[in-house]
Design a protein around this ligand. Structure first.
Ligand code: SF4
Ligand code: SF4
Length: 442
């Protein structure tokens, strides 16, 4: 495991500073102030989520017309089951980075197959047996010298630590894997009411994964629904500007079904040079429930840009330790809400048995998730940077309040609350002249 030392932190800070400068330049090219641009894209995104049931129905009908085979999963487990069945005949799988795949723990299915990553950062993270550290820059914390060493160890090739040479070397391996694969798995950035799947990328791997293997499986949350493909282009630009500072991603693909041709005797044949089958696995995973929740509903508008991580001081200090199942405050909030939701349906006995099983459960001082909420310094930088205006910082504060109320906060906070309750101040029974034993900060 890579040490998260000062050098790594400096590397991350340097990258985020570059993103900040690039973002300012890109916003100038858009010709709107940051506030005006955010307003525009937020309206666009929320338009897609209004009246979601009717829009989903329209999307279902259009996917069918377009030849996309739709599968709907209520939860992570059923999504994995669907994908497992789709992979029955697969021999070699390639996949691209997918946050929804991460959410459903896709690796529990793909581990039984020959399956490789095609996003360079994720490929490197896999090679180094590391978890990705960032939504869009997963290998940000790994130094090129370490990768060069690993290449020699794994593939027997000596290579110096020049990032360009390493990139070329690894991209050749990835391309070969894609060419040999019969199944490609990708996420989706958006899907539209017209039955289109939108994918954005820089490396070109997603275009290849979605076209070269005969079967393309798309894994996507129902909240990725937007009005139409032209909104998708603008929202893709927004994700690039706020996530990496780029003016637009290198590629935006709009897929509306399997490849086809009618060039021979006007006879329509599905499966030309692109995929022959396109399967869309749409996952609810608590999103419908979230839409009913006035305070947290906005999370469904997330476009996965990673801007909430970029300038978060807690992430910059702690790296991937600062998170739940996925890194950062957005992942922590999603995990927490999912857990609370699941627990509503559990008996006390089941709740007790879960306490010892899951490190995600907010059950007090040994819970990673609960502890991490108290490592958030509530500075509001994530909220300020989120293009969708999601009040992540406010949500973090509310969850801390809930944890405290449930007696699952940090011992110091619990003690302070009990003392306030008892004496009306955080210091206990003191005379005006006494010095407090301990100073607390909220
Ligand atoms: S409020 Fe918390 S999560 Fe948001 S940027 Fe500040 S420390 Fe990070
Ligand atoms: S919460 Fe906001 S900043 Fe974070 S990934 Fe989603 S859209 Fe981007």
């Amino acid at each position: 495991m890579q040490e998260f030392n000062q050098e790594t932190k400096d590397q991350i800070r340097k990258a985020t500073l570059n993103i900040k400068r690039a973002k300012e330049d890109s916003l100038k090219r858009v010709g709107l102030s940051e506030a005006e641009y955010k307003k525009k894209i937020q309206e666009m995104r929320r338009r897609g989520l209004n009246n979601v049931e009717a829009s989903l129905e329209e999307a279902r009908e259009n996917f069918e017309k377009n030849g996309v085979i739709l599968h709907e999963a209520g939860n992570e487990e059923s999504a994995r089951e669907i994908i497992k069945n789709l992979l029955t005949d697969s021999k070699k799988i390639v996949k691209s980075k997918t946050n929804t795949g991460h959410e459903i723990e896709l690796e529990k299915v793909t581990k039984d197959f020959e399956c490789s990553e095609t996003d360079l950062g994720d490929f490197v993270a896999d090679l180094m047996k590391e978890d990705g550290i960032h939504y869009v820059l997963p290998a940000l914390h790994i130094k090129s010298g370490e990768i060069a060493k690993k290449i020699q160890e794994k593939f027997g090739d000596e290579i110096d630590d020049d990032p360009e040479k390493i990139t070329r070397y690894l991209c050749d391996i990835i391309r070969k894997n894609i060419l040999e694969a019969d199944t490609g798995i990708t996420g989706a950035n958006f899907f539209t009411k017209n039955g289109e799947i939108i994918l954005l990328e820089n490396e070109g791997n997603i275009s290849l994964v979605s076209r070269l293997p005969q079967k393309h499986i798309v894994v996507c949350g129902i909240n990725k629904l937007i009005e139409n493909a032209s909104d998708a282009i603008e929202l893709s630009r927004a994700a690039a500007i706020f996530g990496t500072g780029q003016f637009c991603p290198q590629y935006v693909s709009v897929i509306s079904g399997p490849s086809k041709t009618a060039d021979i005797s006007s006879h329509l044949v599905e499966g030309a040079q692109g995929a022959r089958e396109v399967h869309l696995v749409l996952i609810d995973g608590g999103r419908t429930e979230l839409m009913k929740n006035d305070f947290y509903r906005d999370l469904n508008a997330c476009i996965g840009c990673g801007a909430c991580l970029n300038f978060c001081p807690s992430f910059n200090e702690l790296g991937k330790e600062y998170g739940g199942k996925s890194v950062g405050i957005k992942g922590m909030i999603s995990d927490y809400l999912k857990m609370v939701n699941q627990e509503k349906n559990l008996s006390q006995q089941e709740l007790d048995s879960r306490r010892s099983l899951s490190d995600l459960r907010a059950d007090g001082n040994d819970s990673k998730l609960a502890k991490n909420f108290f490592k958030c310094i509530l500075c509001g930088t994530c909220t300020e940077n989120c293009p969708m205006g999601i009040d992540l910082s406010g949500m973090s504060r509310k969850i801390r309040e809930e944890l405290n109320k449930k007696g699952k906060g940090l011992p110091e906070t619990q003690k302070m609350l009990e003392t306030i309750e008892k004496y009306g101040n955080p210091f206990g029974e003191k005379k005006k002249t006494d010095k407090p034993d301990k100073l607390y900060c909220c």
